[in-house]
Write a protein that binds this ligand. Structure first.
Ligand code: AMP
Length: 178
C-alpha cells in the first residue's frame, strides 16, 4: 500500500451523485472524477488488493463495463491474469451464459468457456453492488468454470438494496458504503 492511501470518506467525496440517470428514480454513482484523480484511483486499487500478496490470486475477474477498469489494474498489481465477464453477445468465442433478474425483465452475462482453469483462485471485482443480481450471476459463471472465488469486492455498495444477501457464502468487501 502507498503512504498516501485514501480514506473511504476521501473516495466518497469525489463520487458524483447524478439523480435520475439513466432513468427517473436512479441515483447514479458517477466514478469518473475518481478515475481522473491519479492518487485516488491508484489508492483504490491499493485498497482493493492490499490483503492479497502477488502470487496468491491467479485471475482478477471484472464485470462489464466499469468493473474492467478496477479489475485490470488490480490484476497488474497482483501479477494475476485479467478475465472479463461481459454482457451477452459481446465475447467472440464460445461462452457459458447466466441469466439474472432485473427490476423489469432479465439480463444475461457471459464468460469464455476456457477463461479460467479449474481450481484457479479468483478475485471478482465490480464498481458497484446494488441489488446483487449482476455479481451473483458473475459468481455463478466463475463457479461453473470450476474456479475458486477468494473474495468479491466493490468500490461502492448501496447497502439499502441488500445485495449481499445474493452473495451469501462468499467473502464480500466494499470500500464505500451508502
Ligand atoms: P445490481 O445487479 O443491481 O447489483 O447492479 C450492479 C450493476 O449495475 C453494476 O455493474 C453497476 O455498475 C450498475 N449500477 C447499479 N446501480 C447503479 C448506480 N446507482 N450507479 C451506478 N451504477 C449502478
Amino acid at each position: 500500500m502507498t503512504e498516501t492511501c485514501p480514506t473511504p470518506s476521501e473516495i466518497e467525496s469525489v463520487i458524483r451523485n447524478v439523480p435520475d440517470f439513466p432513468k427517473p428514480g436512479i441515483q447514479f454513482k458517477d466514478i469518473t472524477p475518481l478515475l481522473a484523480d491519479a492518487r485516488l484511483f491508484s489508492g483504490c486499487i491499493d485498497l482493493l488488493t492490499d490483503h492479497f500478496k502477488p502470487g496468491t490470486v491467479d485471475a482478477v475477474v471484472g464485470i462489464d463495463a466499469r468493473g474492467f477498469i478496477f479489475a485490470a489494474a488490480a490484476a497488474v498489481k497482483l501479477q494475476a491474469g485479467f478475465v472479463p465477464i461481459r454482457k451477452k453477445g459481446k465475447l467472440p468465442y464460445q461462452t457459458h451464459e447466466q441469466e439474472y433478474e432485473l427490476e423489469y425483465g432479465t439480463a444475461t452475462v457471459a464468460v469464455h468457456i476456457d477463461a479460467l482453469k479449474p481450481g484457479s483462485r479468483v478475485l471478482l471485482l465490480d464498481d458497484l453492488l446494488a441489488t446483487g443480481g449482476t455479481a451473483a450471476a458473475a459468481a455463478a459463471l466463475v463457479q461453473r468454470l470450476g474456479a475458486h472465488i477468494l473474495e468479491i469486492s466493490f468500490l461502492i455498495e448501496l447497502s439499502f438494496l441488500h445485495g449481499r444477501e445474493k452473495l451469501k457464502g462468499y467473502p464480500v468487501r466494499s470500500l464505500v458504503v451508502y
